[in-house]
Design a protein around this ligand. Structure first.
Ligand SMILES: Nc1nc2c(ncn2[C@@H]2O[C@H](COP(=O)(O)OP(=O)(O)OP(=O)(O)O)[C@@H](O)[C@H]2O)c(=O)[nH]1
Ligand SMILES: [Mg+2]
Length: 259
């Protein structure tokens, strides 16, 4: 699996992870790549793509709730821990499919993905070319406070998983073009973000220049890409970022040159 690029899609509940996996898979297939989609959410009810590998074959939220007498949240925690024993299974499944791109769709409970041990085993153990696609929810990103909160989540993700991170603003079709521009300005220059903080709410005072620099380094090491999975927009830009982060990835380059 040395040449397989593995992307984990992570972000707030409902930010559009599964839909982005579906759209990017379609786009990559059109570019004549050979992507596969992995559903890692044992509680998923409906999924907008046909998963090539599905954790629900091994483990479902419903079964864990029944077996352990837990509610859905407690059962998600148990599921996250039980995932650890599925590493070998997942590895074999991925190897058997022999593809260039593996897109892993994570459950909506991002904090479980970030803070429990099992997902870390997956991120560390599956490929040397692993990245994190970090989704920013458009409606939460509209206000400076909402945007900063997501930067903190992204920073935590990057601390936890020191692999290339690709921040993505999703569902851009739900925002006005000026709103998208403003969010991109904040991402490019956190001083602009600070000056847009409404005075008197405390955040402007708390967010010192130093903290902003830390966030910039951790959360936005790569430029923020705007996508709309619904409209199929931004896939080329996201792909180029991933591709250049994994450059030296000769086989992927060769693939692109081939047509
Ligand atoms: N307008 C618009 N809606 C979108 C887009 N992408 C996803 N959605 C909608 O947003 C909702 C959540 O999308 P999902 O892809 O299920 O989000 P998720 O992050 O996988 O959700 P969880 O796994 O439950 O955390 C669905 O109703 C999608 O149809 C988009 O690009 N534009
Ligand atoms: Mg989902």
């Amino acid at each position: 699996m040395a040449h397989t690029a593995l992307l984990f899609f992570v972000g707030p509940a409902g930010a559009g992870k599964s839909t982005l996996v579906a759209t990017l898979k379609e786009w990559l297939t059109l570019q004549r790549f050979d992507p596969i989609a992995v559903n890692l959410d044992p509680g998923a009810e409906t999924i907008p793509y046909a998963p090539d590998i599905d954790v629900r074959e091994r483990l479902t939220l419903r079964d864990v709730m029944a077996e352990y007498g837990l509610g859905p949240n407690g059962a998600q925690v148990v599921c996250a821990d039980l995932l650890a024993v599925e590493l070998e299974w997942l590895q074999k499944e991925i190897e058997a499919l022999n593809c260039d791109y593996v897109m892993v769709d994570s459950p909506g409970q991002t904090e479980l993905f970030l803070y429990r041990e099992a997902p870390r085993v997956f991120v560390d153990g599956l490929s040397s070319r692993t990245g994190l696609v970090m989704l920013f929810d458009p409606l939460l990103s509209r206000t400076p406070a909402g945007f900063v909160t997501q930067l903190l989540l992204a920073a935590a993700a990057h601390l936890r998983f020191p692999v290339p991170m690709f921040p993505v603003l999703t569902k851009s079709d739900l925002l006005e073009p000026e709103e998208v521009d403003r969010i991109l300005d904040w991402a490019a220059d956190l001083e602009v973000l600070r000056s847009d903080m409404p005075p008197g709410e405390g955040m402007d005072a708390i967010l010192s220049g130093e903290l902003l620099r830390v966030l910039q380094t951790l959360a936005l090491e790569s430029q923020l890409v705007t996508v709309s999975a619904r409209e199929g927009e931004g896939m080329d830009e996201l792909y180029s970022l991933v591709q250049s982060a994994f450059a030296g990835g000769d086989d992927l380059e060769a693939h692109v040159d081939a047509h």
